[in-house]
Design a protein around this ligand. Structure first.
Ligand SMILES: [Zn+2]
Ligand SMILES: [Zn+2]
Length: 175
């Protein structure tokens, strides 16, 4: 959702409170595309601290479905977002781009709350996702999820001499 900021920008000392719903259905970036399962409304407080500078603070929480690093089961991950930004409304859109502040959430006087929250979600993205701390992962031979029980695959002989012996046995059987 867009919030138009011209009223608060033109009035020094003014504070506005906005509660808005997020529209994002997925979070996609170089790691892939992840469905958003749940999102809290965003409560934003915007204060004009003078000299056309706005201070933004707010909180929300986005719940995303991310596959477990070991077994690939989908895990519900809550990503809390704490927003704390200063916007200098004196800057033009071009100057902002040159500032490298990734401020594409602000166009003219319009604040795009979804884009702002999206940046926060990426910054808080978990480095490791496990369905449980002791996830056993999947069998490298048959692909079974070992959290559901053992799969019965034989361990591959790791010692080359053992492999040679099992070769001899299988030749012996063929005779
Ligand atoms: Zn797992
Ligand atoms: Zn297996």
């Amino acid at each position: 959702m867009q919030i138009h900021l011209s009223d608060v920008t033109s009035c020094e000392g003014k504070t506005i409170q906005v509660s808005t719903e997020l529209e994002m259905e997925t979070v996609s970036f170089q790691m892939g595309e992840f469905p958003v399962l749940k999102k809290e409304p965003v409560d934003l407080v915007i204060t004009n601290t003078g000299n056309k500078v706005l201070e933004l603070t707010g909180n929300t929480c986005v719940t995303v479905s991310i596959p477990c690093d070991r077994c690939l089961e989908q895990v519900k991950v809550e990503i809390p977002c704490h927003i704390e930004r200063k916007l200098d409304m004196k800057l033009t859109d071009e100057e902002r781009v040159n500032d490298l502040d990734e401020s594409n959430y602000l166009t003219g006087m319009d604040l795009d709350v979804d884009r702002l929250v999206y940046l926060e979600v990426l910054m808080s993205w978990p480095l490791k996702v496990l369905c449980r701390d002791d996830c056993k992962g999947i069998c490298s031979q048959c692909g079974k999820n070992l959290n559901d029980g053992p799969c019965g695959c034989a361990e591959e002989p790791k010692d080359p001499r053992m492999a040679a012996i099992s070769d001899i046995f299988s030749k012996f059987k063929e005779v």
